[in-house]
Design a protein around this ligand. Sequence first.
Ligand code: FAD
Length: 428
Amino acid sequence: MKVIVMGAGVVGTATAWYLSQAGHEVTVLERNSGAARETSFGNGGQISVSHAEPWANPSAPLKLLKWLGREDAPLLFRLRADPDQWRWGWKFLLECPTKRSMHNMKQLLNLGTYSRASLQQLRQETGIDYDQLSKGILHYYTSKKEFDLALEPARVMRELGCERQVIDPDRVVELEPAMASIKQRLAGATYTSADESGDVHKFTTALADKAQAAGVRFRYGVRIQKLRTEGNALVGVEVASETGMYEVAKADAYVLAAGSFSPLLAKEIGIKLDIYPAKGYSATLPVLDAAKAPSVSLTDDEYKLVFSRFGDRLRIAGTAELNGYGLALNPVRCEAIVRRTLEVFPGMSRPELASYWAGLRPATPGNVPYIGKSKVQGLYLNTGHGTLGWTHGCGSGRALSELISGRRPDVDFQFCGIGDKRADAMWS
Ligand SMILES: Cc1cc2nc3c(=O)[nH]c(=O)nc-3n(C[C@H](O)[C@H](O)[C@H](O)COP(=O)(O)OP(=O)(O)OC[C@H]3O[C@@H](n4cnc5c(N)ncnc54)[C@H](O)[C@@H]3O)c2cc1C
């Protein structure tokens, strides 16, 4: 079958890879001059099945109120005259009660476990190197209240098969000696040894090269303008081609994997996707003193920051700002990231050496992505991966390739369009 994949982020590229491995003839359309140039460029680097608790959880509404208007808040809603933002905010609140939050957590955890295994298998088969480390992920808490709040989700995750163990400060320092400087301030921690980290941009560009060698056609510099339907079927994608010429690209099936821009393309053909861009920042610091920088990937739950070591670089990422599609860097938020990093790891680098980046997480209210059939014939969705697109990228690509090939993926997840009422309601 001929398949067009729209978008060459980690999700689109993984989808193209698995589709081509399944024997399909794949073309990828991407407006940038290479793969992974937007949200899949500079993220936090975590393959974190243990990060399955969605933003929308029972403690979120109060926290959001507390953070409103605070420039260095980990999650900041900047209210705009934007009906999409208000609708998304309302749906976010509906996902906060315990029952919904636990349901979403289970979805994310199942997809995460399947995806991490898919990534490990892909790595073995292809030999791709992306500064990966398999040293686990350590969540640490400097607030007793935050630590106590984390115990129940961690227990549920263990019940669901994610070995997120509660550990004490001595064990934290044993696992990651660079944490010694804040040992006295630790309220507690959890550790998931099976989780990993790595550079998503390195991975995606290397996978795109492998896919190209395997026959996938990557058309860079092609801007998708509109999806063209006839009746209830998708019959083509209207693009401005590499030379700027108008063209209609055609295939038997189409995959929408355009990250935060997916809802804009889908809306024109009557598909409402609850995806809103959640801007996040990262800082990358050169490691000047290796003994003072962590190599175990870390999550600072109180400040909502993640740390991943890529060779002689340390990537720190976090914060979320719901404020439309702008990518401007806010110096207050950037400085807050580096300040916290050097407070926890004094002497590992210097603030003036930081390079900053911002990206738009394609966030759904419950953080569960849309994967599967859309209501328009021939159009499949692989989008809305929010905070976990790197963790879920390989599994989502593999699962969608299975669905397009007529098979049920081996993961307990509510795929769109195959009879699950709740998933169907998400997009119809
Ligand atoms: C600060 C930050 C930290 C994060 N940390 C982590 C982490 O530690 N672990 C984790 O799992 N996830 C993390 N994420 C989330 C993860 O980065 C995203 O979920 C993931 O990159 C989304 O991938 P994607 O392929 O869906 O979107 P993208 O990477 O944005 O790809 C979509 C592609 O579609 C293309 N496109 C869009 N519209 C058009 C058009 N009209 N024509 C042609 N091409 C188009 C874009 O150019 C882009 O290349 C983080 C995100 C941020 C912002």
